[in-house]
Design a binder for this molecule. Structure first.
Ligand code: PSU
Ligand code: MN
Length: 306
């Protein structure tokens, strides 16, 4: 039984030491509408190539975990309405039963680890939802960061989450949260969540060095790099706050729970902002892809030096 299959391009890169950046697929299937999702998936792969790295988008297709997708596979995922959303809990079941599913941050980290990829770019990670003291809704992404040694570049935790609680869980779990180039914690669509991030680094080389340092110390788990989106694309916090409150209220009214919560909120905020949230989402994913490519390149240089 083959555990996973690597595309020829990714396999070649891993063999030659060309930097590789992992990408998730839930953002394509559950995070953005068609056809923008397909366009963005292609653009992000292009951004990584321009940065001198090779993209490895992950998905389970007919029971096989794919590390690196063809354009036809990307297109099929982007159009399908029946694809499962796979986190740590469902990945093995999906593979064992020949299913097809898109990988979340948690599942993409698992895939990256077994494929030997150290850097992963996404939009925003899952976290502790508002009202988690009642719903217990805490994303498996946080616990994955605590145990799987991948550096994840995100634009912060989505503002639909309880960001202080998300930071508390990450601290308890020993996950470094490193703001790139600023003191403030970014909040996905906004450059600041109105609080300071636990750590700050200004250079991709330092982030790569910290990744290797964790490994040298024998620490399990990864790093979360939070990268503020470009100023031109941000939606400020004050504008967003009532929209998020409305979307959260609507989710409750409609009894949305479990895996459905994040996709529902993203879609509802898209409607309530007349599409502006999607423009910001696209800009921030691409911005993260560029930084991830730089970190992967630095990691390559240092790993050979060592
Ligand atoms: N970031 C985005 N769009 C998304 C997600 C992240 O810009 O759709 C997805 C990621 O796959 C993340 C997941 O892992 O949402 C979190 O889902 P949950 O809150 O159910 O754990
Ligand atoms: Mn959840």
């Amino acid at each position: 039984m083959t555990l996973f299959t690597t595309s020829p391009e990714v396999a070649g890169a891993l063999e030659n030491g060309t930097p590789v950046v992992a990408l998730e697929s839930t953002i394509i299937t559950h995070g953005m509408p068609y056809p923008q999702n397909l366009e963005v998936a292609r653009q992000v792969e292009g951004d990584i190539r321009k940065g001198g790295a090779v993209p490895a988008t992950m998905a389970v297709i007919d029971g096989v975990l794919h590390v690196g997708l063809t354009d036809a596979q990307l297109e099929a995922l982007a159009q399908s309405k029946k694809v499962a959303k796979l986190s740590r809990a469902d990945m093995a079941v999906c593979m064992a039963t020949g299913g097809t599913g898109a990988t979340t941050v948690a599942a993409t980290m698992i895939a990256a680890r077994i494929a030997g990829i150290s850097v992963f770019a996404t939009g925003g990670i899952g976290g502790v939802h508002k009202g988690a003291e009642h719903s217990f809704d805490i994303s498996a992404d946080l616990l994955e960061l605590a145990q799987t040694p991948v550096t994840v570049v995100a634009a912060g935790a989505k503002a639909i989450l309880d960001i202080p609680k998300t930071l508390e869980v990450l601290e308890t779990q020993g996950v470094p949260v490193i703001a790139y180039g600023q003191d403030d914690m970014p909040a996905f669509w906004s450059r600041s969540a109105g609080m300071t991030a636990p750590l700050r680094m200004d250079h991709a080389a330092d982030i790569a060095a910290a990744h290797l340092q964790r490994a040298a110390l024998g620490l399990p788990g990864g790093q979360l790099v939070v990268n503020p989106l470009p100023e031109a694309d941000e939606i400020d916090r004050a504008t967003l706050a009532p929209i998020i409150a409305q979307a959260t209220q609507d989710a409750e009214t409609h009894g949305i729970s479990g895996k459905g919560v994040t996709p529902y909120l993203l879609q509802r905020i898209f409607e309530l902002t007349d599409g502006r949230s999607l423009t910001a989402n696209i800009a921030l994913v691409r911005n993260n892809a560029r930084l991830a490519a730089q970190i992967a390149a630095e990691l390559g240089t240092r790993a050979t030096d060592a």
